[in-house]
Write a protein that binds this ligand. Structure first.
Ligand code: ASP
Ligand code: MG
Length: 409
């Protein structure tokens, strides 16, 4: 049995006209001889509408009841779409999370998939041409409904593709694929034909919001090829796939950015063992992710410790750090919201030198001051003033000539 998983996002199922386009994509796959598992999101705006309702009804919505509520968005989409398919004569049925069943833990609102009963789904696929599966939802041990976090239908789709050993997972959306950078910031952004899982993870975590990060982690773990493409055109899309040697020939694949950054500095902390643990331990205990950390050279036994956190965590971080600062006798605690992070990403960096130099020179030429730098094997990130974000993205995009098709693709 050749199985294809096709996932359609909220803008693709927004109304009847859109759903007709979805129908055409599914019918094309059926004509190509596949059994199709079609995973749908809620209609555009619906999940937000339901979350607003929850907040109107309750000052602190019960997480489990909130999941019961927001999972209804996907239920509406799958029922309506299955009606269309059945009217067209296809053997189709809708499948909700608990019917698959998609077992998750009970972390309501951001549950993790534990396992999927593929036997039951395969049996259903024997009897049907199309299964229209509700994305985003699962059920826990106690048969309570759970949801997988915003954008979670991507993860539902990839997980189903892995469980059913589908040929690939196609993610249909309202853009043509993954771009070298955000086309809204840089008109010369170019659609990539292929991108490695690790590159996509870096891009997804920094604002290239095409795929939920967890779905990429899943795809990498189970080696599921993911094709991101548009519902509204026939363009070939971007294949997110495992790395191969030809990908390494390209030094840089994309420029990502993240505006959700705040910089925090503890001034003149004593430079002695245990200080970093005293600062970052309590932050970690509170579930606050710290990104870049810089410890300066010490003078007279004291040093400055600078790091970044996401803006939504800033207030809590400052609360914690106020007491830490007293305890370790730091002299000051300051923060800055006007910063952002730009990153140059590419698996090719592993065996090409000079990428950092090119990036720093390009920013210098535009007089953009780099406040912090961090690097990994496939990424160089710089914290800069937020007002230079667009300029920095365009400058780096030009510096690595990302508008030009590389020999490899
Ligand atoms: N409907 C959910 C959301 O808006 C899940 C999804 O669309 O992927 O986040
Ligand atoms: Mg999405």
């Amino acid at each position: 049995m050749r199985i294809l998983v096709q996932k359609f996002g909220g803008t693709s199922v927004a109304d009847l006209t859109c759903m007709r386009q979805v129908q055409a994509k599914v019918e094309k796959a059926l004509a190509d001889g596949y059994k199709v598992v079609c995973v749908l999101s809620a209609m555009a705006g619906e999940t937000n509408r339901l979350l607003t309702l929850a907040r109107e009804w309750s000052s602190r919505p019960d997480p489990s009841e909130q999941d019961v509520l927001i999972a209804t968005g996907e239920q509406v989409s799958v029922a309506l779409f299955t009606m269309l398919l059945r009217d067209a004569g296809w053997k189709a049925r809708s499948v909700l999370g608990f019917q698959m069943p998609m077992h998750t833990d009970n972390d309501y609102g951001k549950a993790r998939i534990m396992n999927i009963d593929s036997d039951r789904l395969k049996q259903m696929l024997d009897e049907h041409e199309v299964l229209v599966a509700a994305g985003f939802q699962g059920c826990d041990e106690c048969q309570r409904i759970t949801t997988l976090g915003r954008g979670g239908s991507d993860t539902s789709a990839v997980a189903l593709a892995a469980a059913l050993e589908a040929e690939r997972c196609e993610i249909y959306t309202d853009v043509e694929g993954v771009y070298t950078t955000d086309p809204n910031l840089c008109s010369r952004a170019r659609k990539l034909d292929r991108v490695a899982y690790d590159e996509m993870l870096e891009m997804a975590s920094m604002g290239a919001k095409v795929l939920q990060i967890r779905s990429v982690e899943f795809a990498k773990k189970y080696n599921v090829p993911v094709l991101v493409r548009s519902t509204f055109s026939d363009a070939s899309g971007t294949l997110v796939t495992k790395e191969d040697p030809s990908m390494e020939e390209v030094k840089v694949s994309g420029i990502a950015y993240d505006k959700d950054q705040a910089r925090v500095t503890l001034r003149e902390v004593p430079d002695r063992p245990g200080v970093a643990a005293a600062i970052f331990g309590p932050l970690a205990d509170a579930g606050i992710l710290v990104d870049m950390i810089i410890q300066n050279v010490s003078r007279e036994g004291r040093t400055d410790m600078t790091f970044t956190v996401s803006r939504s965590d800033l207030e809590r971080a400052l609360e914690i750090l106020q007491s830490v600062a007293k305890e370790i006798e730091a002299n000051d605690l300051i923060h800055d919201l006007g910063v952002c992070k730009v990153s140059v990403i590419g698996v090719g960096m592993r065996n090409h030198s000079g990428v950092a130099g090119t990036a720093f020179r390009a920013l210098t030429a535009e007089n953009i001051n780099i406040m912090m730098i961090s690097t990994s094997e496939i990424k160089i990130s710089c914290v800069i003033e937020e007002k230079y974000l667009e300029l920095a993205v365009r400058t780096l995009h030009d510096a690595f000539e990302l508008d030009k098709q590389s020999a490899e693709d």
